[in-house]
Design a protein around this ligand. Structure first.
Ligand code: F6P
Length: 326
């Protein structure tokens, strides 16, 4: 069993609904276990500049229901340099922080991994990203809320799509992963999804049209994952305008509204479980691991595995989408 006097907590990268629930759980679990907590603002940037505040249980009151992150967040280029990380380490020493909990996505955990190794410093990560692209966890904090937001938006767009007999290409986030697009399509009853994972294998647009998109319906909704390989919704729509000039096409890019809003019950519960597990992991002397959830059970996933970009899409879902949209 390890003992820590003081832990630091930060959120970094793109914000995700449920990050506040995680901050709350980490803070309270650390205090419950006799540790001090320091909140580090603006991710790794605050670690470098020393923007840090002592956190008591009251600092995290009334935040479980709030989207965004009370600790603010940033994408910090300086932390990618050795000099930046050295300054961050000096801040930790000055503040007498013995361990760090970082909440964020791929970039955050990559930074955490390098830092932990370079300075032999205990770091535990929580998967906080709407993209759901971290290996070793069934879901990430924020993903469920973003999916629900997408579903609500698509429901609304469908009203106008069907009134005008139009095809809508709706672009959703996900960086290089298609989880939001594919599951968003299933949840909203969309006709198809275009995702990066299979972009190189087949021409998803032609395939979709050959399969009969528009043959039995007057309006259609296609979710397109943002990404260079899919071409995004604009790219796909441009192609359709050229190749199928009879289709009445519109594009909607959902953008950052997918990142906002009050977290769903699932995200709040998961973030709370993972937050408590982060402190358990530190006490059990786990280092350089991300907390994940697999089949409802908490697991520790080495950073090196979590960030390897190996989380695969369940391909059965593509078929289910196809069958359910005829
Ligand atoms: O990683 C979360 C995410 O929302 C991605 O889906 C998206 O590609 C990216 O962040 C957008 O980042 P930013 O808010 O910095 O433009």
């Amino acid at each position: 069993m390890s003992t820590f006097k003081c832990i630091g907590i930060l959120t970094s990268g793109g914000d995700a609904p449920g990050m506040n629930a995680a901050i709350r759980a980490v803070t309270r679990s650390a205090i419950y276990n006799g540790m001090k907590v320091k909140g580090i603002y603006r991710g790794y940037k605050g670690l470098i500049t020393g923007e840090i505040e002592d956190f008591k249980t009251q600092n995290v009151s009334n935040i479980i229901q709030r989207g965004g992150t009370i600790l603010k967040t940033a994408r910090c280029l300086e932390f990618k340099t050795q000099e930046g990380r050295k300054q961050a380490h000096e801040t930790l020493q000055k503040e007498e922080i013995d361990a760090l909990v970082t909440i964020g996505g791929d970039g955050t955990l990559t930074g955490a991994r390098i830092f932990a190794q370079e300075f032999n410093f205990p770091v535990v990560g929580l998967p906080g990203t709407i993209d759901n692209d971290l290996f070793g966890t069934d879901v990430t904090i924020g993903y469920d809320t973003a999916l629900n937001t997408i579903m609500e938006c698509v429901d609304k767009i469908r009203d106008t799509a069907s009134s005008h007999d139009r095809i809508f290409f709706i672009e959703v986030m996900g960086r290089d992963a298609g989880f939001l697009a594919l599951n968003g399509a299933l949840a909203s009853g969309a006709e198809a999804a275009i995702i990066p994972e299979i972009s190189k294998e087949k021409d998803q647009l032609s395939d979709m049209i050959e399969f009969g998109l528009r043959s039995s319906k007057n309006s259609s909704i296609v979710l397109v994952a943002e990404s260079e390989v899919t071409g995004g919704a604009m790219g796909v729509a441009e192609r359709v305008k050229k190749e199928y000039p009879n289709f009445d096409v519109r594009v909607t890019i959902l953008g950052h509204l997918q990142r906002g809003g009050s977290p769903s019950a699932q995200d709040r519960i998961m973030a709370t479980r993972m937050g408590v597990a982060a402190i358990d992991a530190l006490l059990e002397d786990q280092r350089n691991v991300m907390i994940g959830i697999q089949n409802e059970q908490i697991v520790y996933v080495p950073f090196s595995k979590a960030i390897r970009n190996e989380k695969s899409i369940n391909r059965d879902l593509l078929n289910i989408l196809r069958i359910s949209s005829i």
